[in-house]
Design a protein around this ligand. Structure first.
Ligand code: 5AD
Length: 392
């Protein structure tokens, strides 16, 4: 199973590589490999992340050839309409991105957290949650399995803000994964010093997922005791300066929110130069101070996707697990048809998945990854989407 199409190297100019995909040309940055014209490589998020031997690449391309064009046709047909808000957004998505859909695997490696975010089920004051930490070797093995056996080309490493993973351990994790199974590696480990992130960039991590949660400084301060929005935004700016792709966004419907906040949230995500927008509905967790709060409707969450897409045609927009959780059967499809073009699949070892309870009953945690992949690939094909990322 494969989530990315090999590109043929057509031109190399320093770190800028032009790749060909069945006649389409895309550019990608290459900072990690010696690469020459005629070779094949995978690109993700605009970075070359893996070289692939020619015979293997050609066999994969053969199997894609017919399907590639068939899927494009289905997608174009489904994106013909533009009467509703969702349809308008989907049409824009199709015009700017074609049918490509990024798939990330996410490994939730620790649910320890030093923070007290009021909305979050793994905040350190919640005594009801059983805590776990994966050891460095276990994290690397899980990533290697996801890349080599399951076929992922992009992985997110996520945890609570857990200082057990100090600089040395984080470096060992990133280095271990990049040496054994190179991929587009995204760090989602909360706030650490810019220097630590710089070191991890040097070891091969290329992307960071860190939401600013809300653009409203008052709500932020209330929701995250002891923290300020300014501090978060400063870190996001530093990460971007380091060279990281930044994935960021917000929670829809935090207590005190208003529609005008959401527009500001979307605008701030764009201002931060987000490579991928990641925002999802706030789902009240029974063991947090926000247990009794109201939850936004699925329609509202979908409208925010559509609005974000219409305002930011070129952005990648993720269907978050929280949105899928609101409608386990149709949430993913609805998100993809309302302007989204990225998804995340949980590749955390099953014994830990339920424990990473940032909110209750998360979608995907009751299904084995292999059957989840099968379901998602089937869904993507029925919508005419190709599970790939074709570079810049
Ligand atoms: N509902 C939805 N999303 C949540 N997150 C944390 N708690 C909740 C919740 N109750 C999100 C935050 C965080 C991400 C990892 O999970 O936005 O950045």
């Amino acid at each position: 199973m494969c989530y990315s199409i090999p590109g043929k190297v057509l031109e190399v100019k320093d770190t800028l590589v032009t790749l060909g995909y069945f006649g389409e040309k895309r550019k990608a940055r290459n900072e990690l490999f010696a690469i020459a014209c005629g070779e094949y490589a995978y690109a993700q998020g605009g970075f070359i992340i893996q070289k692939i031997p020619s015979p293997q690449a050609e066999a994969i391309l053969d199997s894609w050839q017919e399907l590639f064009f068939k899927l494009k046709e289905i997608d174009a047909r489904l994106a013909r309409h533009s009467e509703t808000l969702y349809q308008k957004a989907n049409q824009i998505r199709q015009q700017y991105h074609g049918n490509s859909c990024c798939i990330h695997g996410i490994i939730e490696f620790s649910n320890y957290c030093r923070n007290e975010c009021l909305y979050c089920g793994i905040q350190h004051k919640n005594q009801a949650v059983r805590r776990y930490r994966m050891e460095v070797a276990d994290i690397i093995d899980t990533a290697v399995y996801a890349v080599d056996t399951l076929g992922f080309k992009a992985l997110v490493l996520q945890s609570g803000e857990d200082e057990y993973y100090d600089e040395k351990k984080l470096i060992a994790i990133v280095e271990g994964i990049m040496q054994k199974s190179p991929c587009l590696l995204t760090l989602s480990i909360g706030e650490r010093t810019p220097d630590i992130f710089k070191l991890l960039y040097q070891k091969g991590a290329r992307s960071v997922l860190l939401r600013f949660e809300t653009s409203n400084p008052q709500i932020y301060a209330k929701m995250k005791p002891g923290h300020t929005l300014a501090q978060r935004l400063a870190l996001l700016a530093a990460l971007r300066n380091t060279g990281y792709l930044v994935m960021t966004g917000f929670l829809i419907g935090l207590p005190g929110w208003g529609k005008e906040d959401i527009i500001k949230d979307i605008e701030l995500t764009a201002e931060l130069g987000a490579e991928m927008f990641s925002f999802g509905p706030f789902i009240p967790h029974p063991d947090t101070p926000l247990a009794g709060e109201e939850q936004v409707s699925l329609e509202t969450a979908l409208e925010v996707i559509a609005e974000a897409r219409i305002r930011n045609p070129e952005a990648k927009i993720l269907v978050t697990t929280a949105l899928e959780t609101m409608d386990k059967k149709n949430g993913l499809q609805l998100g993809l048809m309302a302007g989204a073009n990225s998804i995340m699949l949980n590749v955390t070892p099953p014994r830990y998945q339920q424990l990473y309870s940032i909110y209750p009953l998360r979608a995907g945690t009751d299904t084995a990854i292999e059957s989840r992949i099968e379901f998602v690939i089937g869904l993507l094909q029925s919508l005419g989407r190709a599970p790939t990322d074709l570079g810049l």
